[in-house]
Design a protein around this ligand. Structure first.
Ligand SMILES: NC(=O)c1ccc[n+]([C@@H]2O[C@H](COP(=O)([O-])OP(=O)(O)OC[C@H]3O[C@@H](n4cnc5c(N)ncnc54)[C@H](O)[C@@H]3O)[C@@H](O)[C@H]2O)c1
Length: 353
């Protein structure tokens, strides 16, 4: 079988640190033919690291290339929907970074474009390829936790606002702050592990506090930086919420920045037979009882590189028309829940779904 031809659109942080190495690791399946970025030096730099291919500034120039079949969209959130839809309409399969889009209506438009054009659209729900997360999903579906009644998640950092004043903190470009940037990963991971129980009510509050006064935001280092003090900061840096579903309740607290020194990045799954605490991106502990005693089990296992697994899954299954766990059909509920959280916060009241 001849190798696929792929393209990377947006040659910034995630393209450089995750997508490019994953395509290099999948050299048996695909060649990256195009590197596209509106900043030409970024496209050229990534092309040079890869060692072949063409660097371009306008993705529309490659829509009609019949050889091109698979595309990674790694641009800022606001351009996910238009770029993805253009490629789907041009007959290409797309792996679009998370969040699917800046709101659920646009995510639904992307889903529709995939279906209407018979192409595969995956979202960068990379935790679905994390070994620990898959083990937890298996344990929950095997009933090892018993009746799962609550899930708590915390994605809180001391000082971690990205690119202050830039696209990450500008609502018109990012769609939101810590919820849409970090919360999307946590909510998707939870849905993957617990199934997709229908939503009943959502009650949430968001705060835009510590970054508002740009010049007085104190920090040690800044990812996606440096700060642009003339830029915009109109997104949430803290979110809290309670979600009732037909299954367990979900409770979330997230902070890009807070006046508490310890970060807290974890998810707890509470069942009547057992509970699991997952340290986000790391290992997990299973708590239960046995023979009248409290038990605590730590598991160790070999971990796959989740970005490599995500891109291999895309390159193998998309050309066969196979929808996998990363498909937009499985990611859209997270977009809908994030919209409801923002809606409840804006209205200051609980939303009945
Ligand atoms: N899966 C993950 O864990 C993860 C981690 C980081 C970022 N992301 C997502 O990846 C996306 C990109 O984030 P990043 O941190 O790499 O941002 P970034 O700013 O470092 O890179 C984005 C790049 O896209 C380019 N770009 C903007 N508009 C473009 C267009 N129309 N055509 C071509 N290029 C364009 C920019 O010039 C920039 O180089 C975001 O949606 C983010 O949420 C995902």
């Amino acid at each position: 079988m001849s190798k696929l031809k792929a393209a990377i659109i947006g040659c910034g942080t995630i393209a450089t640190s995750a997508h490019l190495p994953a395509y290099q690791a999948a050299a048996d399946l695909a060649d990256v033919k195009y590197f596209v970025d509106i900043i030409p030096q970024r496209a050229e730099k990534l092309r040079d690291v890869y060692g072949s291919g063409k660097a371009l500034t306008d993705y529309r120039d490659i829509l009609d290339d019949p050889e091109l079949s698979c595309v990674s969209v790694c641009t800022p959130n606001t351009s996910h929907a238009p770029i993805t839809i253009d490629f789907l309409k041009a007959g290409k399969h797309v792996l679009c970074e998370k969040p699917a889009a800046v709101n659920a209506n646009l995510a639904a438009d992307m889903q529709k474009a995939a279906d209407e054009n018979g192409k595969i659209l995956n979202i960068g729900v990379v935790n679905r390829f994390n070994t620990a997360v898959n083990k937890i999903q298996e344990m929950i579906s095997a009933g090892e936790l018993g009746n799962l009644y609550h899930v708590y998640c915390s994605f809180r950092a001391h000082r971690s606002i990205p690119g202050l004043g830039g696209p990450f903190t500008t609502k018109s470009e990012a769609g939101g702050g810590v919820l849409i940037d970090w919360g999307v990963h946590f909510l998707d991971l939870i849905y993957f592990c617990i199934g997709q129980p229908a939503l009943k009510t959502v009650s949430a509050a968001t705060y835009s506090v510590l970054g508002r006064d740009l010049k007085n935001y104190v920090f040690e280092s800044m990812w996606a930086g440096p700060p642009d003090y003339e830029g915009t900061y109109d997104v949430d840096d803290f979110v809290t919420g309670l979600v009732r579903t037909e299954g367990p309740t979900l409770n979330l607290n997230g902070a890009w920045a807070q006046n508490i020194g310890e970060g807290a990045m974890f998810i707890e799954f509470l069942g009547d037979l057992g509970g699991i605490k997952l340290n986000y991106g790391g290992s997990f502990t299973f708590y239960s009882t046995k023979n009248g005693m409290l038990s605590e089990t730590r598991y160790t296992f070999e971990s796959d590189n989740m970005f490599n697994a995500e891109i291999r899954d895309f390159l193998i299954k998309a050309p066969q028309g196979i929808k996998t766990k990363a498909n937009i059909d499985n990611a859209i509920l997270t977009s809908q829940l994030m919209d409801l959280i923002y809606d409840s916060a804006a209205k200051g009241e609980e939303i009945k779904v």
